[in-house]
Design a protein around this ligand. Structure first.
Ligand code: ADP
Ligand code: MG
Length: 605
């Protein structure tokens, strides 16, 4: 039993291959085929919506694109279904790329609305084109031939559908556990964190959009050659919504959620369709109503879908037989990543030169001027609303400057970074943390920190995604994880490496963010209110860590509200009020400064 469970994937595969050979009723096979077809589409949605955080109602249109391409080429031009598949994939890729370039730039509710728009347009396109048979569709689609076998029955198609589904699940799982996969997972929550780690979020979004569309297209191809006929109905908005339901009900954050969701919804719908007419004594689409109510109830109780429940539950029951979940491990012998040459101690590395930021009539940062030298901890303090976070956002490229300049030391000289986006700034060597921690709560500490090492490996394109899917990247991957582990050791958090990041105390999460920033191989660390919300002891530990990093040669710019915290820690203090610098110097001098006393005694709560 134990070995059976441990080799679950292979057992599943054998079961799948044996299933159609067993004397099960034809109807079961049909249901299982549909579950498989839907699950392939829902898997794309897991990647796009569950992991990437982008809601799409339009996947059914891509299913149609795959189905119609192959149907048309095979019936009108006599192509083989395999050529039909290839053509469908190419067409889908081009269409999804074009649509993705437009819609993936939309944010908030505009994105789902955009997906509805193109879902509808493709649907009406299928229904209105003469050569696609208008609303009657196309008939007489040939069966797929595989290694001499004609897959002309539901039973023979079963194996093909399910092997493709399993391969797709493994591929997406591999992708998610890699450098581009971590970048995809970091997209959730707006992408500010991802961009700060050097991820090109716009490009990443288009890539996952295209992958999800291609999965849908493959499902459409299988569907067309299973049904041997296509018409526009199954590719409409209704079905698009159902695909999204499947992913959400199953558990959109997890690859197996796609299969679970499509199985649950398909079986439930089938049952309701046969039970409801008997119960209600009338025919009608009652199942849709019951279905809707069940769904609302489910989503109220389990927002992350059914999969997480099922996983926890099976883990508990089979605990004795399951292998211990050790998480992702760093293998020994990882190559050490290259680091940049650091400037000599006391070199000016950051120069804020009359930096200015206006929000309409409000001057949030008013011609600020100060510098940070290598090996120094500089504190930027001021009462609430003084403009500290705005100043911070100017340096990290989150906000554009309204005037003045910001220069940063890179490759032997000060360079203007004033108008660079944040993913370019991190490339030059500024690592940052966030005032409100931004981490992926359900991901391990190690993987969270590894997001910071994003720029330490080359890639970011389609080739890299391909090699992650095929697991060809294990060496680089291991080096990135080893770097994350090294930084965790440096900040003293390596004993928590395999914990879920969300389970850590706030103080530890702040330190996790520092480790993640250190993974960028920074020359300057920028920390936004790192002590806010920490208990006394946590503050002390944090201060100790920052001193240790400084002694190792790190430069730190620290934005802080808490006067006591910066007093014994910083080498130099800059005080802001109403966007303007009111004092700067050694902490002890600044503390005595009349303007500072005024601002703090008058302004602090
Ligand atoms: P601090 O971090 O020192 O508490 P902030 O930099 O957050 O201060 O804010 C400085 C001032 O700028 C505040 O008056 C705030 O209301 C304003 N402000 C900050 N961000 C924006 C924004 N995006 N749009 C308009 N006003 C803003
Ligand atoms: Mg602030």
């Amino acid at each position: 039993m134990k070995t059976l469970i441990q080799h679950g994937k292979w057992v599943l595969l054998v079961l799948i291959l044996l299933f159609p050979l067993m004397p099960v009723p034809e109807f079961w096979i049909t249901l299982a085929n549909y579950i498989g077809l839907y699950a392939i589409v829902a898997l794309g949605l897991v990647l796009l919506t569950g992991v990437g955080g982008m809601t799409s109602f339009g996947q059914a249109a891509f299913v149609g694109l795959g189905a119609y391409s192959s149907a048309y080429l095979c019936t009108a031009l006599g192509y083989s279904p395999w050529l039909g598949l290839l053509a469908g994939l190419v067409l889908t890729m081009v269409a999804a790329f074009a649509i993705g370039m437009i819609t993936m730039r939309l944010s908030g509710h505009y994105l789902p609305l955009g997906t509805i728009a193109w879902g509808l347009s493709l649907f009406f396109l299928f229904g209105n084109m003469e050569i696609l048979g208008k609303y009657d569709g196309l008939n007489g689609i040939p069966a797929i031939t595989l290694a001499g076998f004609k897959l002309d029955s539901g039973r023979s198609m079963f194996a093909l559908i399910w092997v493709i589904l399993l391969l797709a699940i493994i591929a997406i799982q591999n992708l998610l556990q890699s450098r581009p996969g971590r970048a995809i997972r970091a997209l959730k929550g707006g992408g500010v964190m991802a961009e700060a780690m050097g991820v090109n979020t716009a490009r990443m979004k288009v890539i996952i959009f295209v992958i999800a569309a291609m999965l849908a297209s493959i499902s459409g191809w299988l569907y067309a050659h299973l049904q041997r006929a296509v018409n526009p109905t199954p590719f409409g908005l209704n079905q698009g919504i159902e695909y999204l339901f499947m992913a959400v009900v199953g558990g959109a954050g997890h690859v197996w959620g796609a299969l679970l969701g499509s199985a649950l919804l398909t079986l439930l719908k089938d049952k309701l369709q046969s039970i409801l007419p008997v119960l209600l004594g009338a025919n009608g689409n009652f199942e849709v109503i019951v279905f809707g109510v069940l769904l609302i109830l489910l989503l109220q109780r389990a927002r992350d879908g059914v999969w997480p429940y099922l996983a926890r539950w099976t883990r508990r029951i089979f605990a004795a037989w399951l292998p211990e979940d050790k998480g992702i491990q760093v293998k020994p012998g990882a190559a050490v990543l290259n680091t940049r040459t650091k400037p000599a101690i006391d070199t000016v590395i950051l120069e804020i030169d009359k930096a200015r930021k206006q929000f309409g009539g409000l001057v949030a940062v008013n011609d600020m001027q100060f510098t940070v030298s290598a090996g120094q901890i500089v504190g930027l303090i001021g009462p609430n609303g003084a403009g500290k976070s705005t100043m911070f956002n100017l340096v990290t490229g989150v906000l554009p400057l309204s005037g003045g300049a910001i220069r940063f030391y890179s490759e032997g000289q000060l360079r203007d970074i004033g108008n660079l986006p944040s993913r370019e700034i991190v490339k030059l060597g500024i690592g940052r943390s966030f005032q409100h921690v931004r981490l992926l709560a359900s991901m391990s500490v190690l993987e969270n920190v590894a997001i910071g090492a994003h720029l330490r490996a080359k890639g970011g394109d389609v080739m890299e995604v391909m090699s992650s899917i095929l697991r060809r990247d294990s060496k680089i991957e291991n080096s990135l994880l080893a770097e994350a582990q090294r930084q965790l050791e440096r900040v003293g958090l390596s004993h928590l490496m395999q914990e879920e990041a969300g389970s850590l105390a706030l103080g530890q999460q702040r330190i996790l963010e520092i480790a993640r920033a250190l993974c960028c191989d920074p020359t300057l660390l920028l920390l936004d209110e790192p002590a806010a919300g920490l208990r006394y002891k946590e503050k002390q530990e944090l201060a100790e860590l920052l001193r240790k990093l400084r002694d190792e040669g790190m430069s730190i710019l620290l934005v802080e509200h808490d006067m006591d915290f910066v007093m014994n820690l910083t080498d130099h203090l800059v005080v802001m009020e109403f966007g303007t610098k009111i004092a700067e110097g050694l902490p002890q001098e600044v503390q005595q400064h009349p303007a500072v006393l005024e601002a703090y005694l008058g302004g602090i709560d």
